[in-house]
Ligand binder design. Structure first.
Ligand code: ADP
Ligand code: MG
Length: 297
């Protein structure tokens, strides 16, 4: 089993607007797929189509390598736009009730509370839960059917930093248990620490699909060197750093490879008679990359 979700040209039209426009994306087994886009980009709509909560106006998708859709959805757990909890019930009773409704194994409920970090909420009613606790209970509900694939729509939206860290750790734990996770967010920095692949959606269009490794390479900070002899400095830097990822741009030596010891490089330049007039870094962060992509539409 390799491909868990594959959409091809998926399209949803509301009125005259294609709010999801020709989206082709691929989620592979073991991915934490970060589906990133601003509010209104079309994230929830795409998720609702996948889950069968709304119809499709164009394109298609397959799950679990083309498994029959209703069977594929039984292997999928989801949390879309916040959990629907019974507010006057405890975490445990909520889970027991949903377990009954879904016909899942009730003996798993206590272990699930443990998994999502809600073992000690006792008699506390869901209405008194923090947002983070509600989201974790929502994720527990999504896990009731022991799904292989989890679809989570903005589970970290509105959480405080501690809540964000807790959800992130939970998702990593679930990934390590072998689950594949599709998670939407407009909070870029948060997915950066856990996602293995990203799809960036803007104005209904998928403007980029990229692995975490590719992103890391794009975002490697460049070091900029101003010298009195740019061409000579370029040649020395390439030789000294054993790298061709170094270029001359408008008289500045641009080094796109990590430098362990910048002092050793400037000493070498000095020894060769090149004087360094300035060193700066162009930190092309992941966040900036995403923002640029999201503005592209
Ligand atoms: N049921 C609906 N009827 C009409 N327009 C909708 C409906 N649901 C969503 N939209 C519109 O579709 C666009 C995408 O919405 P949505 O998928 O919720 O975005 P996101 O989840 O990325 O914030 C928005 O412009 C939204 O107003
Ligand atoms: Mg949404």
């Amino acid at each position: 089993m390799d491909v868990i979700l594959k959409t091809e040209g998926l399209t949803k039209i509301y009125g005259e607007t294609k709010v999801v426009n020709d989206v082709s994306l691929t989620v592979r087994q073991g991915d934490i797929y970060g589906f990133v886009g601003k509010n209104g980009a079309g994230k929830t709509t795409l998720i609702r189509m996948i889950l069968g909560l709304t119809g499709i106006d164009g394109g298609s998708f397959t799950m679990f390598d083309g498994t029959e859709l209703s069977a594929a959805r039984r292997r999928t757990g989801s949390l879309v736009e916040g959990p629907s909890l019974y507010k006057n019930m405890t975490a445990r009773d909520n889970l027991l009730l949903f377990s009954t409704l879904l016909g899942t194994d009730k003996s798993k409920v206590d272990a699930l509370l443990e998994t999502v970090g809600l073992p000690d909420t006792g008699k506390k009613k869901a209405r008194d839960f923090s947002l983070g606790m509600k989201q974790r209970l929502g994720i527990a509900m999504a896990l009731l059917g022991e799904p292989d694939f989890l679809i989570l729509d903005e589970p970290i939206n509105g959480l405080d930093p501690k809540g964000i860290v807790e959800i992130r750790e939970l998702l990593l734990r679930l990934k390590n248990e072998g689950k594949t996770i599709f998670i939407s967010s407009h909070i870029l920095g948060e997915l950066e620490k856990i996602a293995t692949r990203y799809g960036i959606i803007s104005g209904g269009r998928l403007v980029e699909e990229i692995t975490a490794e590719e992103l890391r390479q794009i975002c490697v900070a460049a070091t900029l060197l101003q010298t009195n002899q740019p061409e000579k400095a370029l040649e020395i830097a390439r030789r000294f750093l054993h790298s061709e990822e170094i270029s001359l741009e408008k008289g500045t030596v641009v080094i796109r490879t990590p430098i362990e010891d910048i002092g050793a490089l400037t000493n070498e330049l000095f020894r060769e008679g090149v004087s360094v007039k300035g060193i700066s870094s162009d930190d092309n962060s992941a966040e900036e990359f995403f923002i640029r992509k999201m503005e592209e539409e």
